[in-house]
Design a binder for this molecule. Structure first.
Ligand code: UD1
Length: 340
């Protein structure tokens, strides 16, 4: 029997890749998205890759009445909730925009799941909940640090809402996935990350610089106490990350979950510096990237990477795609977008 998954925010970067992997694993998918930070190309890309005319509903999850119609119309038992704002700097400048959107849409999902008797939810959390960790790598039991942005705070608050809701409402099962740094694009180059305006994240900035859209990449800080002086992150391939969601849905729908609320780190377990990432990008794509050292960026942590044992052992998932391939796919995608 096919099972259906509602993917909110499914037109976006992580959502579209997850929709593809769900379909490959035999699930039916319904995409709901208000296209506030994406366009129809994500959904079109999913349809082209899978050959499936995936249903798409343009809806704002904050509009409970409109969102309820999706629950009334489609017979899904699982929801993956991606729909959220994600720009850290913007969230500091306009926190209410983030609290209103990210919390309201999430609370609507939880309410509607109860009202329509739907059971499984996967929530997109983030390594940002760990802040600047005292010990590395971070495990799921590492302390959460006070958030330094409204964006980070909404991730912590949604985790808490989920924990309390699962404790109170017997019908709900939940998995929160704490993503490290998602990068790369689908091997078909038909879907990928489409940042609006100037990219804030490293890899889109790199690919746009390589494409000549940006003049020069600034490496934010070469004076951190790390081997080469730049920050360390755990860069997780987007297809690997998408498959972690499939593993989470498999776990809940098969009844394998031992707790009704579980948390997993989704990373590679490997720390990569900014310079290493830049040089790997140059090597695998056979190009030279214009870059310079700039001052540290406010709010950056020096280093964070995942202990992935729980995801490996309990979820049965592990990162597989080599960094070389991921960075090649990021460049292929940029070339596709720019028609280069
Ligand atoms: C940030 C957020 C994270 C969020 C993610 C995706 C924090 C602490 N982290 O991660 O929660 O999920 O964005 O939106 O708020 N860098 C440069 N030059 C650039 C851009 C980045 O050197 O032009 C460096 C940064 O200093 C950092 C690394 O590249 O060391 C990665 O940065 P970025 O891609 O922005 O991700 P994070 O800041 O790790």
């Amino acid at each position: 029997m096919k099972k259906t998954v509602l993917v909110s925010g499914g037109a976006g970067y992580i959502g579209s890749h997850t929709a593809v992997e769900l379909i490959a694993a035999g699930y039916d998918v319904v995409i709901a998205d208000n296209l506030s930070n994406s366009d129809c190309s994500g959904v079109e890309g999913v349809r082209r890759i899978t050959g499936v005319e995936v249903p798409f509903v343009e809806v704002d999850c904050c509009d409970k009445e409109a969102f309820a119609r999706v629950f009334a119309q489609y017979d899904f038992d699982s929801v993956i909730h991606f729909a959220a704002f994600k720009a850290v700097g913007e969230s500091v400048a306009d926190p209410m925009k983030y609290y209103r959107n990210n919390l309201l849409s999430f609370m609507n999902v939880v309410d509607l799941m109860r009202e329509y008797d739907r059971h499984n939810i996967v929530f997109s959390s983030s390594a940002t909940v760990y802040g600047e960790p005292d010990e590395l790598p971070v495990t799921e039991l590492s302390p959460r640090k006070p958030a330094t942005s409204a964006y980070g705070n909404t991730k912590q608050m949604c985790e808490d809402i989920l924990r309390d809701s699962v404790a109170a409402y017997d019908s709900l099962r939940a998995i929160a996935l704490r993503y490290f740094n998602p990068i790369g694009a689908h091997p078909s180059a038909l879907i990928g990350e489409l940042p609006r305006g100037v990219p804030q994240n490293l890899v889109p900035y790199i690919t746009q610089t390589a494409a000549g859209v940006r003049e020069c990449l600034s490496v934010f800080g070469d004076d951190y106490p790390t081997e080469d002086g730049s920050c360390l992150r755990d860069y997780i391939d987007i297809v690997d990350l998408a498959r972690a969601h499939v593993a989470a849905i498999d776990r809940m729908t098969s009844g394998d979950a031992t707790e009704r609320y579980e948390i997993f780190n989704v990373g590679t377990g490997r720390a990569v510096s900014v310079f290493e990432l830049v040089h790997t990008f140059e090597r695998v794509n056979n190009l030279a990237l214009n870059h310079k050292v700039a001052p540290r960026r406010a709010g950056d942590v020096m280093a964070v990477w995942a202990d992935t044992r729980r995801a490996n052992e309990v979820l049965g998932w592990r990162a597989e795609r080599p960094l070389d391939e991921t960075l090649r796919s990021a460049w292929e995608w940029e070339k596709y977008v720019r028609k280069l």
